[in-house]
Design a protein around this ligand. Structure first.
Ligand code: AMP
Length: 181
C-alpha cells in the first residue's frame, strides 16, 4: 500500500486518550467510516489481496467488524457471517470465552453459518492483543471453516495480536499501525 494512502487513512482515524479507561488510547474509526473516500479506500485495500481468489464467507466481529465485514463481503461477492456477543444469535450456537485489552467477554456463532472447509476471511476494525481474533478463529475452525486470512484496518503491533494469528497459520492483513496501546 502506498505511503500517502496510509497517511490519509491514519489521519481519518480519531484517537481518544483514556477511553474507555485510563491508559488506553481508543482508536475511533467512526471518523473514517464517515469519510466517503477513506471508507471506500479502506475497504478496497482490505479486499485487494483476495479479489481474485475464492472466498465463500466473510465473518465479522460485533460490532465494528459488521460494518467493515459487510462491505468486504459485498465487494468479494461472498456471504457474511456475524460473530456476536453471547445471547444475541437466535439459532443453535457455539460459544467461546475470550479476554480483551480491557475486559473479558464471550462470543458466539451459529453452528450452521459455514459449511465444512468453506474459505473464510475474518474482519474486525482493530487487532490489539489478539484475544478477540484468536477466539474468533477458534470458533470458526470449530464449525469447520478454513480460515484463509484475517483483515483489520488498525494494528497495534506492540501488543502482538497479529503475530499470534500468524502463529495459528492465518495470514494477516492490516492497513495502518499505531505504536503502544
Ligand atoms: P484484542 O482482543 O486485544 O485484539 O482487542 C481487539 C478488539 O477490541 C477489537 O474488537 C477492537 O475493536 C477493540 N479494541 C481493543 N483495543 C482498542 C483500542 N485501543 N481502540 C479501539 N478499539 C480497541
Amino acid at each position: 500500500m502506498d505511503q500517502r494512502l496510509m497517511t490519509d487513512l491514519k489521519a481519518a482515524i480519531r484517537s481518544i486518550p483514556d477511553y474507555p479507561k485510563p491508559g488506553i488510547i481508543f482508536r475511533d474509526i467512526t471518523t473514517l467510516l464517515g469519510d466517503a473516500r477513506a471508507f471506500r479506500r479502506a475497504v478496497d485495500e482490505l479486499v485487494h489481496p483476495y479479489a481474485g481468489g475464492k472466498v465463500d464467507k466473510v465473518a465479522g466481529i460485533e460490532a465494528r467488524g459488521f460494518i467493515l465485514g459487510g462491505a468486504v463481503a459485498h465487494q468479494l461477492s461472498a456471504g457474511f457471517v456475524p460473530i456476536r456477543k453471547k445471547g444475541k444469535l437466535p439459532h443453535q450456537t457455539v460459544r467461546i470465552a475470550y479476554s480483551l485489552e480491557y475486559g473479558v467477554d464471550e462470543m458466539e456463532i451459529h453452528t450452521d453459518a459455514i459449511g465444512q472447509e468453506e474459505r473464510v476471511i475474518l474482519v474486525d476494525d482493530l487487532i490489539a492483543t489478539g484475544g478477540t481474533a484468536v477466539a474468533a478463529v477458534n470458533l470458526l475452525r470449530q464449525i469447520g471453516a478454513n480460515v484463509v486470512a484475517a483483515c483489520f484496518v488498525i494494528d497495534l503491533p506492540d501488543l502482538g495480536g497479529a503475530q499470534k494469528l500468524r502463529e495459528l497459520g492465518v495470514s494477516v492483513r492490516t492497513l495502518v499501525s499505531f505504536e503502544g496501546h
